[in-house]
Design a protein around this ligand. Structure first.
Ligand code: NAD
Length: 269
């Protein structure tokens, strides 16, 4: 039997960190050996799960970290920077879902992937990863069809369209080999000149407690193809991250994507 993958969680007291730790302690594929929270967090020194004397306690930094195979980071850009430095020092794999990083940090992460395995995703849902792949293939196969992307989220979501909707739009552009700036259309109101050929339209719906729904429509004369993903539970991101972390623990240095972790169709000769 292969040994459990040793994991450290960065941002362990956050919503994602809490969900990850709750899954990790019951998952025999992993051993949760270290957990980092923000340096000023009231959780520093408190047990990560349970309350017994031997429970793993939250650390404020990486100084006392034991050897780990993968660091899973869902924190902040500053937290990710510290985790990256730790991973580079020990040639440890880094999986990160942290969003809002600036171009300089993006570039440092890319450069680090020459030395350590790095996997980043703005959405760790495996269903969305497959939707992205299906949409790219469909957009390539149907180059003349109009593409519209509709997303629906809970009433408190602030950014619009969602990062995932924009990523779906970029997948269409890649599938169609669009070299110039992708013609994304975000607003239609009043009298318009109609739909410009090759543009990708976005529509946003907000309400209630909707976790997340993305629909990609490919529309032609007399027929329409719809690809839909509905999230009903936020734990999908934690489950997808653990799937990817296990995969990443066996990989060489490189800039990996969630799509890389998914099986590819066998090509018939
Ligand atoms: P959150 O605010 O609940 O948790 C973030 C945690 O990181 C907080 O507890 C904060 O104290 C901690 N933190 C801040 N600075 C830190 C540091 N220097 N070191 C260690 N910890 C630090 O947010 P969340 O919902 O858990 O999301 C965390 C990040 O993951 C955000 O960037 C969010 O956009 C992203 N996210 C990505 C996905 C995905 O699928 N890729 C899904 C959900 C959230």
């Amino acid at each position: 039997m292969t040994r459990a993958v040793r994991v450290a969680v960065n941002g362990a007291a956050g919503r994602m960190g809490t969900a990850l730790c709750a899954l990790l302690v019951h998952d025999p594929r992993f051993a949760l050996v270290y957990a980092v929270v923000a340096p000023d967090s009231p959780r520093v020194g408190t047990p990560i799960c349970g309350d017994n004397a031997r429970a793993l306690r939250c650390a404020r930094d990486w100084d006392d970290a034991p050897a780990v195979d993968v660091v899973i980071d869902f924190s902040s850009p500053a937290g990710l920077e510290a985790a990256l430095a730790h991973c580079l020092a020990g040639t440890t794999a880094l999986l990160s879902g942290t969003t809002g990083c600036d171009a300089a940090l993006d570039a440092r992460l890319l450069a680090a992937s020459a030395h350590i395995p790095v996997l980043r995703a703005a959405n760790f849902s495996l269903g969305v990863a497959v939707l992205t792949r299906l949409l790219r293939d469909a957009a390539t196969a149907l180059p003349e069809w109009d593409v519209e992307i509709v997303e629906m989220h809970h009433r408190a979501k602030r950014d619009a369209p969602s990062g995932t909707a924009l990523a779906l739009g970029r997948a269409v552009a890649r599938g169609r080999d669009m070299t110039t700036e992708t013609p994304f259309v975000f607003n239609r109101e009043g009298l318009t000149d109609g739909r410009s050929q090759g543009s990708i339209g976005f529509a946003v719906v907000r309400g209630g407690d909707v976790v997340g729904e993305h629909t990609a429509l490919l529309i032609a004369q007399g027929e329409r193809l719809e690809l839909v993903h509905r999230a009903t539970d936020r734990s999908i991101f934690a489950r997808g991250a653990l799937h990817a972390a296990h995969w990443l623990s066996q990989r060489a240095p490189g800039a990996w994507t969630l799509d890389d972790t998914l099986a590819k169709p066998q090509v018939e000769s």
